[in-house]
Ligand binder design. Structure first.
Ligand code: RM4
Ligand code: MN
Ligand code: MN
Length: 396
């Protein structure tokens, strides 16, 4: 690789940050059961500690996404605890995720629930979450709704859309100038007939209706199998509606597998669309890169380290595409040449440059090896195993 290319990667890595989810360090499972890991985090403090390890070893993950119900059990009263965990662990709170799906009251939905008192409750929780984000000085409030129905004829879809419009607008009115609402979509699960915010088009309409600080969040696992996600990304960029990502990989549905484990080329193509947009428009795409994975078989910290390295690699590869040459080949409809710019970039081994960057940052050249040698896992396994053997109940 020539110096210009490696400089490009080094510069890009300097700006590349990815947020890790607190729930990725806790015990999780499938709907058939949960396999407990002796080293899993059972308290928010432990989740911060594990996230701190990932950041210390990669230099790339300074923030941790929080789920209000799981990490701030006393709502706004828990803010002080979060602040002290953040100080101790060296990672700051990141996006705040209200939980509008787990309480029994949300059985028939939250913002789309036909019972007005449940809708009021859901809005109150969202407003509290905005307040929590303000107190923690974090920018994004990330909304995912499980709302939907299982059988035809059981829900008034148009009415529910109106309730979503109304409540998202009310939530938006609470934002301070620098905050954002991110609206995530998902085609199915847990509802299996209709989901209220099922795709990016619905998310865009709702976000636009809510106000200028509402944007769309793309969870890469929330699409039908053959969908062209990078085209969705390109459209959202062109509409200035792309707010962030929940990265993970999938084979069948919302599998939450390790990023790039199934289809690394797709993640590369997503990064490419973003960088191509930035080159063409000379604008900075202000996107929150976040991971949404919770592993029930792989070691949680190891899986996170693997993910962060993969994200860096795929982002670095995407940086190698020569935009001017690509645009020229596209103009001339030189299909083979145009495609080869992507293929060549994807085929390049960028790992030596990533190691060079790590050396310059004083972080280990191989974060996974360094983690295995650090003794952290053995230490927490000893400290946490007794508690983990008893905790089989909560999701995260
Ligand atoms: C959903 C969605 C949300 C996440 C929950 C746990 O499928 O991806 O972003 O918060 O799972
Ligand atoms: Mn998600
Ligand atoms: Mn998901």
């Amino acid at each position: 690789m020539n110096t210009a290319s490696s400089d490009r990667i080094l510069q890009a890595l300097e700006k590349f940050r990815i947020e890790i989810p607190s729930w990725g360090f806790a015990n999780t499972g499938t709907r058939f059961g949960k396999f407990i890991q002796a080293a899993a985090a059972t308290t928010t403090e432990e989740k911060f500690s594990d996230a701190g390890q990932v950041h210390a070893l990669t230099g790339t993950c300074p923030t941790i996404a929080l789920h209000v119900l799981w990490d701030l059990p006393n709502g706004i009263q828990s803010v002080q605890d979060i602040q002290s965990f953040a100080e101790r662990s060296g990672v700051k709170p990141g996006s705040i995720n209200p939980n509008l799906f787990q309480d029994q009251e949300y059985k028939h939905g939250s913002f789309g629930n036909p019972d007005p008192s449940i809708r009021v409750r859901a809005l109150r929780h969202t407003r509290d979450s905005i307040e929590i984000a303000r107190k923690l000085q974090t920018r994004d409030i990330s909304l995912w709704f499980a709302d939907g129905s299982n059988y035809p004829g059981t829900a008034n879809m148009r009415q529910r859309k109106r309730w979503f419009e109304e409540l998202l607008k009310a939530a938006h009115a609470d934002l301070s100038a620098t905050q954002r609402l991110l609206v995530e979509y998902k085609p199915f699960e847990p509802a299996f007939y209709h989901t209220d915010v099922a795709d990016w088009g619905m998310a865009v309409l709702l976000a636009r209706h809510a106000g200028p600080q509402a944007k769309v969040l793309v969870d890469t696992g929330h699409h039908y199998a053959a969908q062209n996600i990078e085209q969705i990304v390109a459209w959202l960029l062109s509409e200035e509606m792309l707010g962030g990502f929940h990265f993970n990989d999938r084979r069948y549905a919302d599998d939450d597998l390790t990023l790039g484990s199934i289809d690394p080329y797709q993640v590369f193509r997503i990064f490419h669309e973003i960088l191509f947009y930035e080159w063409e428009t000379r604008k900075h795409a202000d996107i929150a890169y976040m991971i949404d994975q919770s592993h029930n078989l792989k070691g949680k910290i190891e899986a996170m380290l693997q993910t962060v390295s993969m994200a860096q690699e795929l982002f670095a590869k995407a940086c190698l595409v020569s935009h001017a040459e690509l645009a020229d080949a596209q103009k001339r409809s030189d299909l083979v040449k145009a495609e080869s710019f992507l293929q060549d970039a994807f085929a390049t081994d960028v790992r030596p440059v990533i190691q060079e960057w790590r050396r310059s940052k004083g972080v280990p050249l191989n974060p996974l090896d360094a983690f295995r040698q650090s003794g952290y896992l053995e230490r927490v396994t000893q400290q946490r195993s007794a508690r983990n053997s008893q905790s089989v109940s909560s999701y995260a």
